[in-house]
Design a protein around this ligand. Structure first.
Ligand SMILES: [Zn+2]
Length: 547
């Protein structure tokens, strides 16, 4: 789509429109969500990213009519000069970005590339791949749009480009090609040089709303059918998981001794068994889960926790034999075992009384928000880096591991990277590395029971984080009880092997306090800081409108 000609007309229209200054209030949460992963393409050297803008309020305005929220994840930056400058084909860019690990989801997340030029055309120009989960947007620089255009006007234009292309991804045909869209009435799919068109009038008509059947449009509370869940449980688009598993942990997760030692065969078998474990939700489970998530969202919104309430909730159910029935997450999905759903349906019923409802909200709600924190950690990583390093004292590092640690590792799907170190007090170049491992000498370890927390010492030497060894070249191993200064600095006792778990357990505690409307004055510095971080990073409506 070429936007040049319409720019001047649109800008004049905006100048005369009071629309921009009075954005109508929309319903707090729409029942459908399209998750969008912005991918900002930059130079090979990691500099000069393409401009990106997400005038979220203006975009939401259009899709709200169809009860759809566009939910933008934190932008990721992809270094690829040729892709940024539009000298290679879009299909090729998608292929390269997939190989380089920048594409998110299994066709149910819209990957939105921001580039400088599209196949030789300068912005503003865009291309949504029809019925596919990729879209390309070149917003152009200030120069190529209009140097006199102020920020608000440019935002309107950007909103127009983005909504138009998202509509294209949803399979809404351009007006000129479809008989159900009048070309006389301004609409997001009509011709761009339509002078009648302004943001106040571009919208979806009823026909288009009914047409929103794309796999990208998902219910806000998305309870997956078995076929979708079997795909989703293998997601590795946010980070590798199955492709890093080791033999002992695979045996532990699936509770089966395996004879082969070929690591690829083992990982293939692990994927198969995870898929085998997927179960359908019963109708009662669906109703109960929908009920409790809605209650959780109401309480979150009452307490201004916008970040979590706005994030869609997506569920997979598995049999309780998998991973010891532990609740966990993968990609944007929460995985519950039959055991958890039984605990929910035991209490829930259609006309649940207030006491039971509060009890569920405290217990099951507390579990839900813990798991949703893990989904947020994947989708908004820099917020959590901020928490771990600025509010808390963790140090992010790539540590040169040891075979003993690798072979006995327990890959926590909710804390997939063992990249956080605890600085050793008064020792500037020494750190502690807290790891959960499988106990040695157990033939078929059990989840939880046969885990052991071991603390290794790491030294920073020649700019590398290396494991410290004693005079006999043995690893120095401590237990968590040797690290009281660290252990006692958090108000939770579980999950202190990784900051992802600490923040999930701590948020769960905050949530339970919201339910019971009690709040002790925090005393620990890390708790005070956590509350500050919630205020800063979870309480404000998402606004990533930068360019
Ligand atoms: Zn967790």
């Amino acid at each position: 789509m070429q936007f040049f000609k319409s720019v001047a007309v649109l800008i004049i229209l905006f100048l005369h429109s009071n629309y921009a200054f009075s954005i109508p209030q929309k319903e707090p949460l729409n029942s459908f969500v399209i998750i969008i992963q912005p991918i900002v393409v930059q130079g090979d050297d990691g500099n000069n990213p393409a401009s990106m803008a997400l005038p979220k309020n203006l975009i939401d305005e259009t899709f709200s009519k169809a009860h759809v929220d566009l939910h933008f994840l934190e932008p990721i930056f992809y270094s690829n000069t040729k892709a940024r400058d539009g000298v290679i084909d879009l299909d090729k860019i998608v292929k390269m970005a997939t190989e380089d690990g920048f594409i998110r989801g299994q066709g149910e997340i819209l990957n939105m590339f921001f580039v400088n030029e599209l196949q030789g055309k300068k912005g503003p120009v865009a291309h949504g791949m029809l019925n596919e989960s990729y879209t390309f947007i070149a917003l152009g620089t200030k120069k190529t749009t209009d140097s006199t255009a102020d920020i608000l006007q440019r935002k309107h234009l950007q909103a127009l480009v983005i909504t138009h292309e998202v509509a294209q991804n949803l399979g809404l045909k351009h007006a000129v090609n479809g008989e159900n869209v009048s070309n006389d009435i301004a609409n997001i799919q009509t011709q761009q040089n339509d002078s009648e068109r302004s943001p106040a009038t571009y919208s979806l008509n009823d026909y288009q709303i009914r047409e929103l059947k794309s796999p990208l449009v998902r219910p806000r509370i998305d309870i997956l059918a078995v076929s979708d869940a079997r795909k989703a449980i293998l997601d590795e688009t946010f980070e590798p998981y199955f492709s890093k598993l080791q033999k002992r942990e695979i045996e532990t997760f699936i509770q089966e001794k395996l004879t082969t030692s070929d690591i690829n065969d083992l990982r293939r078998y692990a994927r198969k068994r995870f898929q085998d474990a997927v179960l359908p939700f019963s109708e009662t489970e669906r109703n109960a889960l929908t009920y409790i998530v809605k209650e959780v969202n109401v309480l979150l919104l009452q307490n201004n926790i916008h970040l979590m309430a706005n994030h869609p909730w997506r569920f997979i159910k598995v049999d309780s034999w998998l991973c010891g029935g532990f609740a966990h997450t993968r990609g944007s999905f929460i995985i519950f075992s039959q055991k958890h759903l039984d605990s929910l349906t035991k209490i829930w019923q259609k006309d649940i009384n207030e006491k039971d409802s509060l009890e569920l909200l405290r217990e099951f709600g507390g579990l839900l928000v813990h798991e949703q924190m893990h989904a947020l950690q994947r989708s908004f990583p820099s917020k959590f880096v901020q928490l771990n390093t600025q509010h808390w004292d963790f140090q992010k590092a790539i540590i040169e591991s040891d075979e003993y640690i690798t072979l006995n590792q327990v890959s926590n799907p909710d804390a997939p990277s063992a990249e956080w170190l605890v600085p050793k007090p008064q020792q500037p170049s020494e750190f502690y590395w807290v790891r959960t491992l499988l106990k040695e000498g157990v033939d078929l370890p059990k989840m939880g029971k046969d885990f052991t927390d071991q603390i290794f010492t790491v030294i920073l030497k020649e700019e590398k984080y290396q494991l410290k060894r004693d005079y006999d070249n043995q690893l120095i191993i401590n237990s968590i009880d040797d690290l009281t200064f660290y252990r006692d600095s958090y108000p939770v006792t579980r999950g202190i092997d990784h900051p992802n778990e600490i923040s999930a357990y701590m948020f769960s505690k905050v949530f339970r306090d919201m339910v019971s409307k009690t709040k002790d004055k925090p005393e620990l510095k890390n708790e005070i800081e956590f509350n500050k971080w919630i205020e800063l990073e979870m309480s404000k409506p998402l606004n990533i409108g930068l360019d």
